[in-house]
Write a protein that binds this ligand. Structure first.
Ligand code: BMA
Length: 379
């Protein structure tokens, strides 16, 4: 920790100079003017922290890992490095149906408690959403029905279903309360990976205009329900150009965080270009973030089962280092053949410790002292 503290002191000085010279700080405000003060503070702090390092995130981290489920205080990440991730991802899939557990068997009541606990410790929560299909709730996100979104807008019954789903979402978001009754700010990342076509909101199933309209409708609806604790993350899958990234972008008034998802799958990458391709995508969102005054993040990645011993420093690090990303999130440790963070004894665990020790990779202890829900210091 010593090395990290020294680094913080130095970068803090640099950040203060930046603040005094008003380094584009005026841009970094949430799209929702009614956002709670904790949410506004979080957004400003995400920008501030991203100038110091990158927060590490893991999906469902405290809920389960390889060989365990719901054991208080456990975390595969913590068992390897002695600290929790700074960011935890959750998925709201099946909340819309009124179920009590999500699509990966996480009970929503437990999820809420975890979210509150992480908030209280100074960490960050982010939500994805794999909803079923509002035109036929028996169909999953992966049921690639064409024109679902178009149908939602043209069929009042489908729209009624979708509104009822958003009502459930709003109730859940508004139930996330901190110790003083304040709303817990979270990042909400709906309709992700839409440059691919594996979900009903994916590119082959909806026009760019309808996708944007649907996104804006969703944001406006939640806002009309006074859900003022969300920062909205726009999160494509892999993309080739800035134009492709922006093709379905709903507008600067509807997005807080610019993100994308990209997994390392060597069998689909015969030319072995994952690192340069992904770094290029990082550079694109960085450039857009700077232009637009928005935070940017690597919203999902990972190497399933991490068979490469040095994956963390040799593959992930060159992609994320010195890129101004607020966070990087790896996917869930769901099964022995489907996990993305190391566990004790896993073959990349030693290398993950090296990654953890770097001064600019941030875990819970690093961000806890930064008070990301308080007003950032002004000097
Ligand atoms: C996928 C897999 C699935 C899971 C889904 C939603 O990548 O992890 O097992 O149901 O995400 O979390």
């Amino acid at each position: 920790m010593h090395k990290k503290l020294r680094y913080f002191t130095l970068t803090w000085f640099a950040a203060s100079v930046c603040l005094l010279s008003s380094c584009s700080q005026k841009f970094y405000q949430p799209i929702n003017a009614q956002a709670t003060s904790e949410t506004k503070n979080l957004y400003a702090n995400l920008k501030r922290i991203s100038e110091k390092g990158i927060m590490f995130g893991h999906q469902d981290d405290p809920a389960y890992g390889i060989g365990w489920k719901y054991e208080a205080g456990r975390s595969d990440v913590k068992e390897v490095v002695g600290d929790y991730p700074a960011v935890v991802g959750w998925d709201l899939g099946h909340l819309e149906l009124g179920h009590t557990v999500n699509l990966d068997s996480v009970p929503f009541d437990q999820m809420r408690s975890f979210v509150q606990e992480i908030y209280a410790k100074g960490g960050l929560n982010t939500f994805s959403w794999h909803p079923n299909n509002p035109t036929d709730p028996a169909k999953t996100s992966w049921d690639k029905a064409d024109s679902t979104i178009q149908q939602v807008f043209s069929d009042p019954a489908a729209m009624g279903t979708y509104n009822a789903w958003l009502d459930r979402l709003a109730v859940f978001m508004l139930s996330l309360k901190g110790p003083n009754g304040e709303l817990v700010p979270v990042i909400f990342r709906p309709f992700h990976e839409h440059t691919g076509s594996w979900f009903w909101w994916g590119k082959d199933h909806v026009s760019p205009e309808d996708y944007k309209k649907f996104w804006r409708y969703t944001v406006d609806y939640l806002r009309s329900k006074n859900v003022n604790n969300l920062l909205y993350a726009y999160s494509t899958d892999k993309f080739k150009t800035k134009e492709e990234y922006l093709e379905r972008y709903p507008g600067d008034d509807y997005v807080d965080v610019l993100g994308f998802d990209s997994y390392h799958i060597p069998q689909y990458d015969p030319a072995n270009t994952f690192i340069p391709d992904t770094r290029r995508m990082v550079e694109t969102i960085k450039q857009l973030g700077q232009e637009k005054g928005k935070v940017w993040a690597f919203t999902e990645t990972g190497r399933e089962t991490i068979p490469e011993q040095n994956w963390w420093t040799q593959t992930l690090l060159p992609i994320v280092q010195d890129a101004g990303l607020a966070y990087v999130l790896v996917w869930r440790n769901g099964r022995p053949d489907h996990f993305y963070a190391p566990y004790l004894g896993q073959e990349s665990a030693e290398n993950f410790k090296t990654f953890y020790q770097l001064p600019n990779t941030l875990f819970l202890k690093d961000v806890a002292t930064e008070n990301i829900y308080r007003k950032p210091p002004t000097k």
